[in-house]
Design a protein around this ligand. Structure first.
Ligand SMILES: Cc1ncc(COP(=O)(O)O)c(C=O)c1O
Length: 279
C-alpha cells in the first residue's frame, strides 16, 4: 500500500520560491488511514499472537477507531479504555468502535493520567484479563518503525512535515529520512512536552536520537481538538481552492503552519517541502 505524492500549486508557496508536495497517506485505507496504518502495521503480529489488544484514547480518538477496525479485519479482540465517564448514547467514534467489536471501558481523568503505571495496569488486567498493550495514540517502538518506512516513500525533498499528537509519527518519520533531510512536526497540543516524548520514543526504538527533527509549537490553535475562526477560514479556503478537505484536529493545523512559516520567509527559496496528510 503506497500512497501518492502530489504537488500542490499555490501562489502563496510559489511566490516564495518554494515547492510544496502532499504525501496523501489519508488515501492508504478507508478504515486505517494515514499514520494509523503505519503505526498498527508492525503491531498486528504481536496483537494476533496475544489474541487481545487493550489501548487508550479520548472519546473522539481516531486511534481507538482504527484499532477496533484492525481487530475486526485481522482477527484479534480489542478493548478501548476511554478517558472520563461513559456517555450514552455513544458518539459516532465510539459507536463505530463498538460495532467493530471493541469492548469499551472508562478511566477517571486522574487514573487516566497514570495509565502507564504498574498499579493502574494491574487493575486493568484484573478487570479485563491478559492483553497486548498498545499505548495511547498507538505510539510504541513498533509504531515508530512503521512510520520510519514513510521516509523512504517521500521522493525528493528537503523538509518533511507532519502533525504531532503523541509524537510517534514524527519520531519514525525523522528516523527514516535520508541524510541531509529534516523533519518538522507541528504540535496540535498546548504545552511544550512533545520534544521529550519524541526523544523518548526514539530512545525506546533505536536506543538514542535519530535524524534531524524539530517540533514547532506555534500552531496548536488553543490546544487539542480546539479550533479558531482563523483555522476554520484557512481550512475552508483550502478546500475551495484545492478540493481537499483537511482534518481539523491535526492536518489543517500543520498546513496552516506551513503556509504561515512560508509567508514569514522561514524556508529559504528553493526548499522542497513535503507535508504528510496523516488522516
Ligand atoms: C490524522 C492524524 N494525524 C496525526 C496524528 C498524530 O500522530 P502522533 O500521535 O503519532 O503524533 C494523529 C494521531 O494519532 C492523527 O489521527
Amino acid at each position: 500500500m503506497t500512497s501518492p505524492v502530489v504537488e500542490l500549486r499555490d501562489e502563496r508557496i510559489g511566490a516564495r520560491g518554494l515547492r510544496l508536495f502532499l504525501k496523501r497517506d489519508d488515501l492508504v485505507h478507508p478504515d486505517l488511514p494515514g499514520n494509523k496504518w503505519r503505526k498498527l502495521k508492525h503491531n498486528l503480529a504481536p496483537a494476533r499472537e496475544h489474541g487481545t489488544v487493550l489501548t487508550f484514547g479520548g472519546a473522539y480518538s481516531n486511534h481507538l477507531r482504527a484499532t477496533a477496525a484492525a481487530g475486526r479485519m485481522f482477527g484479534f479482540a480489542t478493548i478501548g479504555i476511554i478517558r472520563g465517564e461513559e456517555h450514552r448514547p455513544l458518539n459516532e467514534t465510539l459507536a463505530y468502535a463498538e460495532r467493530m467489536g471493541m469492548r469499551l471501558g472508562y478511566l477517571d481523568r486522574a487514573s487516566y493520567r497514570r495509565k502507564r503505571e504498574p498499579d493502574v495496569l494491574a487493575a486493568l488486567r484484573e478487570r479485563w484479563g491478559d492483553f497486548h498493550l498498545l499505548p495511547e495514540g498507538g505510539s510504541n517502538a513498533a509504531a515508530v518503525r512503521g512510520c520510519a518506512e514513510l521516509g523512504a516513500e517521500l521522493g525528493v525533498f528537503d523538509i518533511a512535515c507532519c502533525p504531532c499528537g503523541t509524537g510517534g509519527t514524527l519520531a519514525g518519520l525523522a528516523a527514516g529520512l535520508a541524510p541531509g533531510r529534516r523533519a518538522l512536526g507541528f504540535s496540535v497540543l498546548k504545552g511544550g512536552f512533545l520534544d521529550a516524548e519524541v526523544e523518548r520514543l526514539q530512545r525506546e526504538t533505536y536506543g538514542g536520537r535519530r535524524g534531524s527533527w524539530r517540533v514547532e509549537h506555534g500552531f496548536h490553535f488553543g490546544g487539542y481538538a480546539r479550533r479558531t475562526g482563523e483555522l476554520d477560514a484557512f481550512a475552508d479556503a483550502f478546500a475551495d481552492r484545492h478540493g481537499i478537505v483537511l482534518d481539523r484536529v491535526y492536518v489543517a493545523k500543520m498546513m496552516s503552519g506551513i503556509f504561515t512559516l512560508a509567508g514569514r520567509g522561514v524556508f529559504p527559496a528553493g526548499t522542497r517541502i513535503v507535508a504528510v496528510v496523516t488522516g
